[in-house]
Design a protein. Sequence first.
Length: 136
Amino acid sequence: DAVLWFAKEIFPYIREQLPDIKFYVVGSKVTDEIKALEQPGNGIIIKGFVSEEELANLYASCKVVVVPLRYGAEGMPQVEQVLEVEDDPKTFADKTVALYQDNDRCRQMCEGTQKYIREHFSMDGAWEVIEEDFSR
């Protein structure tokens, strides 16, 4: 759902403003409908499952990562403080383009998301959440 929504509803707005930009789709279980999104010249590249090394290379070479989840992303504490969260396709596209064109904002967001991940999803962060349960 996320890939189809982004590719059909959001990415065309982005391509209007950044005609050479690419959208790499990474993840296992790529359906035929998702595979069909990759057409010559449309900027959509279906990678499917990739190794950890290839994923690291993609992260290193891509400026912006989008996670267009419409379901299942609830419950992430204070995520709006470090990520752009948007439901409207045109606004999602505009925010993505603005971020792509603002190196300082990209750098700040990168630093903020790394801190967020350490605080909420690292082993140290997990222990901080549950440590009082073990210290009684």
